[in-house]
Design a protein around this ligand. Structure first.
Ligand SMILES: NC(=O)c1ccc[n+]([C@@H]2O[C@H](COP(=O)([O-])OP(=O)(O)OC[C@H]3O[C@@H](n4cnc5c(N)ncnc54)[C@H](O)[C@@H]3O)[C@@H](O)[C@H]2O)c1
Ligand SMILES: *[C@@H]1O[C@H](CO)[C@@H](O)[C@H](O)[C@H]1NC(C)=O
Ligand SMILES: *[C@@H]1O[C@H](CO)[C@@H](O)[C@H](O)[C@H]1NC(C)=O
Ligand SMILES: *[C@@H]1O[C@H](CO)[C@@H](O)[C@H](O)[C@H]1NC(C)=O
Length: 389
């Protein structure tokens, strides 16, 4: 009896020990991927891997940039506070690239200096693509402080953090709105910048901060001045999904799709008496896929102690009437159009001279068929009637 009792006890002890060992091992294994192979991939530089911080990566253009960077084997950290971006876009990107060390999302406000510094001290970035901003001309006139805060002041914080943590390459999202109303077309990079609204002024100030700082450092800077961005991922994984409350501020492509869906009654064309070929305003529409390609080329060509400034457009203007016709064909909907008088602050004609970026970065727009770009964007819109939700 005694002998059996002892044997049983020792077998219980053995079982308890085994369970304890397995538990410890399990805890160790579960913790390991996140602490060793996971987060340190982001916190340490790795030769052959370029780690790009994409601010505003949950937004329209930023999310498309992240998709391309991941496809090209970059390591990406998104920082976004989702004030205007979509977590749905981030989830799609995470689903496409789930491997550890490819993509991480950090929820933070770029206006929070302590948060920004913490992010820079915990991550080893090689470059920054700074997309995060507020970006509606009309809203900027109504709420200028929102623009100077979230564009100029936040860019200052990002540049300071880069300087403090030795991050050497910056690709900055600027805009043709920094040129204002030049009297000579097309717009070259030497066209004087005389912005006429707080959005353009805030972006111009941010450019100035970056340029002045770069003269005192060995930072490699590329400033890209985009014209009117349209389109979405040709494979239909991402799209443009602005907050419903921003519809009023909206850009022409969003308004066109809303009209095609019957969310709004029709399109309002403001101004038919401009000195243009059909009386409506002329703009230079650049497809987001081309725009992102310009960013990747800019990143590859960024040189320490140099600032490259480039217009990113097609060099070809389309009138609002031409845009509306392309939109009707792309959606197959005979959108109702109301012709109204001019909106204050609109200028007749804006288009780029993109020859500098062709010469220096070998970049040129390829998706230049308006109808085709709108068809791609419309396909996503139709499949996502509630955006990313
Ligand atoms: N869309 C265009 O036609 C156009 C033209 C010229 C320049 N740009 C520039 O391109 C950039 C991207 O524009 P978009 O159209 O993708 O806009 P978007 O609103 O879709 O994206 C901006 C992103 O930045 C984030 N963000 C804003 N403030 C933030 C903050 N304080 N902290 C953290 N995240 C913040 C938003 O949540 C959003 O996800 C902007 O800098 C814009 O000025 C856009
Ligand atoms: C996003 O950042 C702005 C400051 O730029 C802040 O005022 C706002 O509350 C933030 N929004 C969210 C959802 O965190
Ligand atoms: C921008 O800045 C203002 C403060 O001026 C803040 O109230 C707002 O929430 C900020 N963020 C956005 C996305 O507008
Ligand atoms: C420029 O780009 C084109 C493709 O757009 C490519 O065929 C060509 O080889 C490139 N030229 C140089 C000098 O890199």
């Amino acid at each position: 009896m005694d002998y059996i009792e002892i044997k049983r006890r020792s077998s219980i002890t053995r079982k308890i020990l085994l369970v304890a060992v397995v538990t410890v091992l399990f805890i160790f294994m579960v913790k390991r991927p996140s602490s060793i192979s996971g987060s340190t991939k982001f916190s340490q530089h790795e030769s052959g891997v370029t780690h790009v911080l994409v601010t505003g990566g949950a937004g329209y253009i930023g999310s498309h940039a992240v998709l391309r960077l991941l496809k090209d084997s970059y390591r990406v950290t998104i920082v976004d506070n989702l004030s205007r971006g979509n977590m749905g876009a981030v989830r799609i990107l995470q689903g496409l690239y789930p491997e550890p060390g490819r993509l991480q999302f950090i929820y933070a406000d770029l206006g929070d200096a302590a948060a920004v510094n913490k992010i820079f001290s915990e991550n080893a970035f090689d470059a920054v693509m700074h997309f995060a901003a507020v970006a509606y001309v009309g809203e900027s006139t109504a709420e200028p402080l929102r623009y100077y805060h979230n564009i100029t002041s936040n860019t200052l914080l990002v540049v300071k953090a880069m300087a403090a943590h030795g991050v050497k390459t910056l690709i900055y999202s600027s805009t043709c709105a920094t040129y204002g109303e030049p009297d000579k077309m097309p717009i070259t990079e030497n066209t004087p910048q005389v912005p006429i609204n707080p959005y353009g002024k805030a972006k111009k100030m941010a450019e100035d901060i970056i340029i002045d700082f770069s003269k005192t450092s060995n930072m490699a800077v590329m400033i890209l001045r985009y014209f009117n961005v349209i389109g979405s991922d040709p494979e239909g994984r991402l799209g443009e999904a602005p907050r419903p409350e921003l519809r009023e501020q909206g850009r022409i492509s969003g308004a066109c799709f809303d009209a095609a869906r019957g969310i709004i009654a029709g399109l309002k064309v403001r101004g038919t008496d401009y000195k243009t070929r059909d009386g409506t305003c002329i703009r230079d529409y650049i497809d987001v896929t081309d725009l992102i390609d310009a960013h990747v080329k800019a990143l590859a060509h960024a040189t320490p102690k140099k600032v490259g400034i480039y217009n990113v457009g097609t060099g070809k203007g389309s009138s609002v009437n031409e845009f509306v016709e392309a939109c009707k064909k792309a959606t197959g909907v005979n959108i109702k159009v109301d012709y109204l008088s001019r909106r204050p602050g609109d200028y007749a004609e804006v288009f780029s001279d993109p020859s500098k970026i062709l010469k220096e970065l070998n970049w040129t727009a390829k998706y230049t068929n308006l109808q085709q770009s709108l068809r791609v964007a419309w396909r996503w819109q139709k499949a996502h009637l509630n955006g990313y939700d």
